[in-house]
Design a protein. Sequence first.
Length: 420
Amino acid sequence: MYDLLVVGAGPYGLSIASHAAAAGLNLRVLGRPMASWRDHMPRGMFLKSEPWASNLVDPDGRWRLDAYCATQGLTARHAEPIPVATFAAYGLWFAHHAVPQVDERMVSRVTARAAGFEAVTEDGEVLRARTVALAVGVMPFVEVPSPLRGLHPALVSHSSHHNDLGRFRGRDVTVIGGGQAALETAALLAEQGTRVRVLARADGLGWNDVPPPWQRPWWQSARAPHSGLGCGWRNWFYAERPGLFRRLPEPTRARITATALGPAGAWWVRDRVEQAVEMLLGREVAAARVVPGGVRLETVSRTGKRCFLETEHVIAATGFRPTLDRLGLLSEELRGSLATAVDGSPAVERDFESSHPGLFMGGLVTASTFGPAMRFVHGAMFTATTLVRGVCHRLRTTPPVGTIPAAVGRGRPEAVQAHP
């Protein structure tokens, strides 16, 4: 029996695993490393986050993004976006150096047992562990507007379903959404010869400003400090103090999580969009039906005016909704036993432990508790250190027969035993 199973091998899972290994835990990491970044983002995309805010996290801080870039003859500079492909390769490099060997099989089911948990892999092997950390990323939580649900994938897809947009060359595509995913997808489509338009509910698009220089007068830094989520004291609070964010009243947390850092495009994609992409703003999809050659969308404006358009394919760049009911890899009994937050996401405590003892969660699914930082790679630092501390505490307080409780989590692998 393992001390910890880490389910998921993206930035959060790998960072958690690195800290758990350093704490001396007997662990197993399952999942295809950086799968979302390798398989679900089109070639040509860039990270929106600053390079210095996009590190996976090991306890010693050795395996940073800038260190990887240096090995490749690349640079990671402030205000210079990093290609997603480079970031995905960095994650693999981090996994090789900072994490015990990753088992690339997917987990199909996690079930609670009297002595901990059982996880069933995609090929049927059963693994047992005293604790589990779910770091499943965003893909279980894909959100598509209700009028588009049920239409064939040949006609409607989510922006995360594509790692190659080449199939849309010479076709007509409508992208729904007003955030970075929508705008960068539209730019890439236009640049390859696709007839593309963006349809968004907002009356105008939001654009992030070019970040100010890293070195600047002290009074400018005092007025608007840099943070992993952008400049300003509010962003600094979200980025650097997730533990304090958790102390806010739950309705306040839910409101901030839903509205902070709202839809906006990066400064470096603005010209690519405004010069090449048709904008249909202030409209929402009210209905959709299949017609010869594609989809007919009925849209409604804020004033109630209805319009129609036909398109060959719709890409919904409409984000993710991390609700408990979408965690299908949890057994029905385990899922049904978990408490939820007001937005339907799993409730977690200050150490990322769910209401079921020993089941921990990290990443987007914890954003309603710990704030907007959990929607970005930057949140992995706080998550990994805090969650592993919580795992070690759980192992010490509920030791199996034959262990030495005081040894768990003190960086002494020889003192942490595996039990059949």
